[in-house]
Design a protein around this ligand. Structure first.
Ligand SMILES: Cc1ncc(COP(=O)(O)O)c(C=O)c1O
Length: 400
């Protein structure tokens, strides 16, 4: 008996997937050519699974800001925000994020995962309640677990089910925290936020929205689903990440409550980890300024590509998520071997997408998850559709 025995089943699951030339867990991006292209397995490949929604990873403003920060401030802060890691850039970014959302308070974290871990583990603890949409991201579940609050899951995107569960709580409902996402990362569907806000208001509960996949993607100014649905005044906390539309790494929480500032000093995932390096903060600030200046144009381009892919793949007969979105997920059956073979067929055709397998998928089915970027050209989107078309003929022949 060794400490590694318990991992044997994982190794066995991997082995059972059979022999395929590549698998998504070990795929190396050998050379990055642009926001939408890379070299993988020696061949040029269209990146269609990056969450680089606005395509800003190579934007000259962001790149130059990052380079200048390295030269001026060095490669890392080498400390946590509360020890030696709060630089002027962290404070400036917090102010800019608060201004962007029109809220008084903002906190920056080293990753989006840590933002959820910190906020959820700190806002509610043992004996307190968090109600989660069942499809919430792992970082939300992990934050709840770290804080020890009682967790109640409600059916995905079902305000009536949320209402029912809050009603059962009686007086406790008023102190509960509800957590939903803007756009859900696996199927690209949006929360029915206005209805969720109605339920929250009815019981006097508190609401947090994770806009990881909707910042820069929804709302006239790119503020996410809260802006699109006009509920900014009703939402208590917005969390998000810099690793998608803003093209860097990091996370944030903003709030209409200035008291968010008191929470800062109680969050272990904020206190006990190093702060983001100056280059990260600088490129994120540049990306946020781009969002302010030409976010609407980028968003329009992104949605154009998204609709093109959604309609193209839908027209081929694939089962997709419930609505057109920059996340376009092709739903397969339960067979992991088959899904891996299809994923390989796409890669051989120079298309990289995300392979997602149960239990990480909401339905128990495997997904070939594509994500679009404003930087994709219409021709690249057509190549993605053409590759799926060939794959349908070759591999789905007996199914569709
Ligand atoms: C909804 C949601 N929240 C949080 C995160 C974590 O963000 P990050 O990868 O920037 O740590 C993700 C990542 O995919 C996400 O999808």
């Amino acid at each position: 008996m060794t400490i590694f025995d318990k991992f044997q089943s994982l190794a066995a699951t991997r082995a059972a997937l059979g022999e395929q030339p590549s698998n998504p867990f070990d795929t190396v991006i050998e050379r990055v050519l642009s926001a939408t292209e890379a070299q993988i397995n020696g061949q040029p490949t269209i990146l269609a699974g990056t969450n680089n929604y606005l395509g800003l990873t190579f934007d000259p403003l962001c790149v130059e800001a990052a380079c200048a920060a390295v030269h001026e401030q060095g490669t890392g802060t080498t400390g946590s925000r509360m020890a030696n890691g709060t630089y002027a850039g962290h404070v400036a970014l917090e102010r800019e994020l608060a201004d962007f959302f029109g809220y008084p308070a903002a906190i920056v974290f080293s990753t989006g995962y840590l933002a959820n871990l910190a906020m959820l583990s700190t806002l509610q603890g043992p004996g307190e309640l968090i109600l989660l949409d069942a499809d919430c991201h792992a970082s939300i579940y992990d934050g709840c677990r770290l804080g020890g609050a009682e967790v109640i899951r409600f059916r995905h995107n079902d305000p009536a089910d949320l209402d029912k569960r809050l009603r059962r709580l009686g007086d406790r409902a008023a102190s509960a925290l509800i957590v939903v996402e803007g756009i859900y990362s696996m199927l690209g569907d949006q929360a029915p936020l206005a209805e969720i806000v109605d339920v929250k208001r009815k019981y006097g509960a508190t609401l947090m929205v994770d806009e990881a996949h909707s910042l820069g993607v929804l709302g006239e100014r790119g503020r996410g689903l809260i802006e699109q649905d006009g509920v900014e005044d009703e939402v208590d906390f917005v969390v998000g990440t810099f690793s998608k539309s803003l093209g860097s790494i990091g996370g944030f929480c903003v709030s209409k409550w200035p008291e968010l500032e008191h929470v800062r000093y109680a969050m272990r995932p904020y206190i006990f980890t190093a702060s983001s390096s100056p280059s990260i903060i600088a490129s994120t600030r540049a990306a946020l300024s781009i969002l302010n200046d030409r976010g609407a144009q980028l968003q329009q381009q992104l949605w154009d590509r998204a609709h093109r892919l959604y309609e193209g793949l839908g027209g081929l007969g694939f089962t997709l998520g419930p609505e057109s979105s920059p996340v376009v997920a092709v739903s397969l059956d339960e067979s992991k071997e088959r899904a891996l073979a299809l994923w390989n067929s796409l890669l051989e055709r120079g298309i990289y997408v995300n392979l997602v397998m149960p239990p990480a998928t909401p339905s128990g089915h495997c997904l070939l998850r594509c994500s679009l970027s404003a930087a994709h050209t219409p021709e690249q989107v057509d190549k993605i559709i053409a590759a799926f078309a060939e794959l349908r003929d070759l591999a789905f022949a007996e199914e569709v």
